[in-house]
Design a protein around this ligand. Sequence first.
Ligand SMILES: Nc1ncnc2c1ncn2[C@@H]1O[C@H](COP(=O)(O)OP(=O)(O)OP(=O)(O)O)[C@@H](O)[C@H]1O
Length: 235
Amino acid sequence: MADALKLKLSDVSSGYGAIDVVNGVSLAIRPGEIFALMGKNGMGKTTLLKTILGFLRVGKGTIEVDGAVITDSKPAELIASGVGYAPQELPLFQDLSIRDNLRLALKGDRDLASALERVYGYFPFLKDRLAQKAGTLSGGEQKMLILARALMLRPKLLLIDEISEGLQPSVVQNIAKALRDDREKRGTTILLVEQNLDFALSVADRWAILKLGAIEDESPNGPDSRGRVLQHLKI
Ligand SMILES: Nc1ncnc2c1ncn2[C@@H]1O[C@H](COP(=O)(O)OP(=O)(O)OP(=O)(O)O)[C@@H](O)[C@H]1O
């Protein structure tokens, strides 16, 4: 299919109970594209990612991955089919080592060695600290471990929720480089939810603003993007 989109949302609404938090969102993300979804606190960004992943029921609309409707798919099915997720909260097994946290991303140990080598390439500190318990890593190190774990499965589509939150600039740069490299090497399509517009615009090909659950603005990343996004994020 020449025009197959990696991810397509058509008029998607979802929420909690009777309340819609996401209101009629349509988005089209091409294969190999890095797309940044930004917006103020509480506008529905995380809710939208959880809806795509099947953690929340779609009330209205359809979601397609590679042209196939996945609206009613379960999270485990989506992850098995190549959708990766780096959530905003710290989802690590705090008492397990770095190695075991990474290992648990895979179904078996067959591809473990090569997957570990790949993520060490992005975040070399992991290799030196394999036995360290995840719960004793710094906040920034835990964020890198979360992203490394999402990358273990070689996702074709990667959904990332505010990975840069609370991180020092050098770590954010490291993460930006890892995302660009992974897209470069494997053609990974990335949907990035972000508040840090400098980070988002340093990696994104296109961006959109979510306001009260709806897309308020959308554009290819260009010279006027920073000013435009800033206007939307102003208090
Ligand atoms: N489990 C839940 N039950 C009820 N309401 C919820 C639940 N989770 C989130 N909400 C509400 O949905 C709205 C959108 O929240 P969401 O976490 O999607 O926003 P966000 O844009 O990701 O915000 P942030 O940038 O602060 O993470 C908020 O008003 C929030 O209080």
